[in-house]
Write a protein that binds this ligand. Structure first.
Ligand code: FES
Ligand code: FES
Length: 152
């Protein structure tokens, strides 16, 4: 076991970590931050998306030890006592259905909106291109992001 220190959602955590553990496992199993989901486990679906040192990553592909001393933002970190405007828009516009993809969509949308203040529909599509949803079709998801300051 190795000692791993992470700054997750502005809180510092130190955990004993198996050398082959994935960041996804540490977040869900050690830190109990189960908002981050596992879909494919192979970097294809985006359900496990988190932001690490400002960059959108698939936490199923990140060896946990690579996240040592890094800043991680998970879906839990998007809300502060109440839901963020983006989370509210997903509910209002029907962007969230079964919810497996939703945390990853929210994180990818947050990352895209941090890069681009007034994203177009195309920017939104591109920002969410690594995230798959099997429930809604994508129009409600894109509409949800647009509701929070996007362009049509
Ligand atoms: S679970 Fe990580 S990309 Fe699908
Ligand atoms: S809401 Fe079900 S997979 Fe997207």
């Amino acid at each position: 076991m190795k000692k791993l220190k992470l700054l997750v959602n502005s809180k510092t955590f130190t955990v004993d970590c198996h050398p082959f553990a994935r960041l996804l496992d540490v977040l869900r199993e050690e830190l109990k931050l189960t908002g981050t989901k596992e879909g494919c486990g192979e970097g294809e679906c985006g359900a496990c998306s988190v932001i690490m040192d400002g960059k959108l990553v698939n936490s199923c592909l990140v060896p946990a030890l690579q996240a040592h001393n890094k800043k991680i933002l998970t879906v839990e970190g998007l809300s502060n006592k109440s839901m963020s405007p983006l989370q509210k828009a997903f509910i209002q516009c029907g962007g969230a259905q079964c919810g497996i993809c939703t945390p990853g969509m929210l994180i990818a949308a947050h990352a895209m909106k941090t890069r681009k203040k007034n994203p177009s529909k195309e920017d939104i599509r591109e920002g969410l291109s690594g995230n798959l949803c099997r429930c809604t079709g994508y129009s409600q998801i894109i509409e949800s992001v647009q509701k929070c300051g996007g362009r049509s």
